[in-house]
Design a protein around this ligand. Sequence first.
Ligand code: ATP
Length: 381
Amino acid sequence: IISQSAKELGQETYVVGGFVRDFLLKRDSKKDIDFVTVGSGIELAEKVHSKITDASKLSVFKRFGTANFKWEGIDLEFVGARRESYAEDSRKPFVEDGSLEDDQKRRDFTINALAISLNEENYGELIDPFDGIGDLERKIIRTPLEPDVTYSDDPLRMMRAIRFAAQLGFEIEENSFQSIQKNASRIDIVSKERVMDEFQKIMMTEKPSTGLKLLDDAGLMQFILPELVALRGVEEVEGQTHKDNFYHTLEVVDNIAPNTENIWLRWAALLHDIGKAPTKRYDKKIGWTFHSHEFVGSKMVFKLFKRLKLPLGHPLKFVQKIVLLSSRPIALVDENVTDAALRRLLFDAGEDFDDLITLCKADITTKNERKQRRFKQNFSL
Ligand code: ATP
């Protein structure tokens, strides 16, 4: 139908972007398909829409020259091929009509710039001017233009590079990664919502530490979550050290990932020790201590959610509660604390009890076998 409609309008039309990438990778996660047409995307969408009887309402975005509708649960998006240029302080491009190649050039990565023809004369042909296919095979994230241009034009692409690397198990090409490191501070011109969209996708990968480490190595983490970066490092006083709470946190997030698809429980894992940097002190009698870090941490969670424009309703309350209670079950594992009263304290977890235990299970690191054994006994795991 799309091919036919494009032919009637005399417009070259292609499938482009994520659908082609995932199709070639045999990943079937795509719920949306992007079509690019040399001409009006809106007119093509209107024509296609008029020929399908069971489609959802057509949404038209005149300002962006795009239109989309849903059909059989799939979102079909139409856009006219365009050329883009950017101003220094904004990620909103100046847009002109362009050719297919102009449109492929404006895309973020070579693997996202692949197009498949829907035109009669070369139907099904793959159009790949930047060797996206080679990059899919080599598992590489590379930009079609000079990386500095791509990332500085739209700094959100730095987050996207890391997100795709984490999701697909790809490597970011060296030049690209250096350019991200160079442009990291420009992430500040991107709206918090967009940054968080990508961040949450990283958090939902199988092994979140991969993406989180990349964010840190790229220098982006310090702009997004400086509180987490502050956990890094080990200090030594009188021969006594404490664990590196940054790497410990990454380990906990990885440990919890196979046990929950609840993004907020993953957030709680990420933030459970966040109060440790400001509460850290060395006490001559007991050594390193982070006394009351849970209280401080749960207050920090509030500020952090506000700053990052994360939802302030139940997700915030939930994360604060888990952070606040996160050390209690671990305290129970300590041989000196067998008091039943402490056990009762866990009742204020209420309906979140299971989630709290899931976090604590992830928090007891594999290194501490004795603690782990007692924890399993106490909570019959
Ligand atoms: P996913 O659905 O997993 O997020 P996707 O590649 O479809 O992957 P979308 O955000 O839906 O991601 O974007 C669709 C396509 O639009 C991309 O494949 C890419 O070609 C292009 N694109 C999206 N965002 C950008 C951007 N910030 N800069 C350049 N091109 C982009």
